[in-house]
Design a protein around this ligand. Structure first.
Ligand SMILES: [Zn+2]
Length: 183
């Protein structure tokens, strides 16, 4: 793995962390205050998609009522949010579904990142005795990475060995995914 691709992965990580921050969390925090206790019991924000807020309601009647009042609700919510919402959709169909935010970890942990290959990146214990200098350590690391990359599938875009987790997530390697995200 080149230093460049390490930097690319860090860039992706950084962007992902930003994506996981509000506005949705911020919206949840102010939701009950804006809509009031009665509505909050019957209407629960589920997600924000393309600046449209999706709200699950306890019944179709609640969905209908809130749809009528959504413009004034939109105004009140947008005063609290960093990026304004363009619309709100209410549906009783999503009521049983837990909100998206519960599925997201607060930060990306290394083992949750698609580039993660396992916990054995550090030299094995029996190899530790033979590593005397930083250079030895680097060579051992490089050898490990090289062995790993020989077993890895290739990125369909640039043909570099790519961790399967990255292909699963982006269908390309993380540097290619980064290029894609930027555009
Ligand atoms: Zn690639």
């Amino acid at each position: 793995m080149s230093l460049k691709s390490v930097n690319d992965i860090l860039g992706v990580l950084e962007q992902q962390t930003k994506w996981q921050e509000p506005p949705f969390q911020r919206l949840l925090n102010c939701w009950a205050e804006v809509v009031g206790a009665v509505v909050a019991v019957n209407a629960r924000p589920v997600s924000i998609q393309r600046d449209v807020l999706w709200v699950a309601t306890s019944s179709a009647a609640w969905a209908q009522n809130l749809t009528f009042g959504r413009q004034s609700l939109l105004l009140k919510l947008n005063q609290k949010l960093p990026t304004p919402l363009v619309d709100i959709r209410f549906s009783s169909a999503d009521w049983q579904r837990p909100p998206d935010v519960q599925k997201l970890p607060p930060t990306v942990l290394p083992h949750e990142h698609p580039s993660y290959l396992g916990a054995k990146i550090s030299p094995r214990p029996e190899a530790a005795n033979t590593i005397k200098t930083a250079n030895d350590a680097f060579e051992s690391w490089a050898k490990t990475m090289q062995t790993r990359s020989h077993n890895l599938p290739l990125c369909p875009q640039c043909q570099c060995p790519t961790p399967p987790g990255e292909l699963e997530r982006w269908r390309v390697c993380s540097p290619c995914a980064t290029k894609h995200i930027v555009h």
